[in-house]
Design a protein around this ligand. Structure first.
Ligand SMILES: [Mg+2]
Length: 257
């Protein structure tokens, strides 16, 4: 049967600055067999080109059409909801450039939205500006709800945690565009050009990757090289279609298939 893969990156392809063994072989296998694939990440820090260059370090040669980030999904979302609008952004280059490409101007003069993304640019002045703009009517959006991110030196607060601060201060609820939101999952499916039955999501996080796939009716493969252990699966009322130790099991040459 025709099929293709949506592939999460952190915890699947690499962990921090280290490649996960078998990842490069898996991607090469997809390329050789002409199997459609799309890297799907909730990290809105980087542009698709940044991601392509980063993957090169892990011996993966790909191109920008194979990368879909929560920054691109967020830009697509606001473009559909309110074309040619304005946004105040707490985020990095990946988000800013996606918004600009979607005809969105960055402004702190009564913007349509306050948009929070992943990154390390936060300071109190920005939170204060965002708080006041939301009070004045700007919609609160975030690229993703992840409350923490893994790094080489340990966890750090994620986009979802910063948004929680603004939600608490303003009493408003944010709309999170990234996985598991069906908006991003559906946009990814359209991007890869497959029907629901043909899509297989590969990820390491139950709450985002596997939940998003389950909501849309995609098949899903959980890898145990990231944030989820086999024992913790019992805590969830939904299950992946399949569980593997790592992506190496999906590369026929390595799995001895
Ligand atoms: Mg991950």
């Amino acid at each position: 049967m025709k099929h293709g893969y949506l592939i999460d990156m952190d915890g699947v392809i690499y962990r921090g600055s280290e490649a996960i063994p078998g990842a490069a072989e898996f991607i090469r296998y997809l390329q050789e067999e002409d199997i459609p694939y799309l890297f799907l990440t909730n990290n809105s820090t980087y542009t698709p080109l940044d991601v392509v260059v980063k993957l090169r370090k892990f011996n993966i040669e790909t191109s920008v059409e194979h990368v879909y980030t929560s920054a691109l999904a967020t830009a697509e979302f606001v473009q559909k909801q309110k074309p040619h609008g304005t946004a105040y952004v707490i985020g990095e280059g990946g988000l800013l450039s996606a918004l600009n490409d979607a005809d969105y101007a960055i402004s702190r003069e009564s913007p349509d939205y306050v948009i929070v993304g992943e990154g390390r640019v936060l300071n109190f002045e920005m939170v204060e500006i965002a708080h006041r703009l939301i009070e004045k009517g700007a919609g609160l959006l975030s690229t993703n709800a992840d409350t923490w991110c893994p790094t080489d030196s340990g966890p750090r607060p994620g986009c979802g945690a910063i948004v929680a601060l603004l939600e608490s201060a303003t009493g408003r609820k944010a709309y999170h565009v990234g996985k598991p939101n069906p908006f991003m999952m559906r946009a990814a499916r359209k991007n890869i050009g497959l029907s629901t039955d043909e899509v297989i999501m590969v990820g390491d996080t139950m709450e985002t990757d596997i939940r998003g796939a389950t909501d849309l009716g995609f098949q899903s493969i959980l890898v145990l090289t990231g944030s989820t252990t086999l024992e913790s699966l019992e805590q969830y009322p939904f299950r992946p279609t399949r569980v593997v130790e790592s992506v190496a099991e999906l590369a026929p040459a390595l799995a001895g298939l």
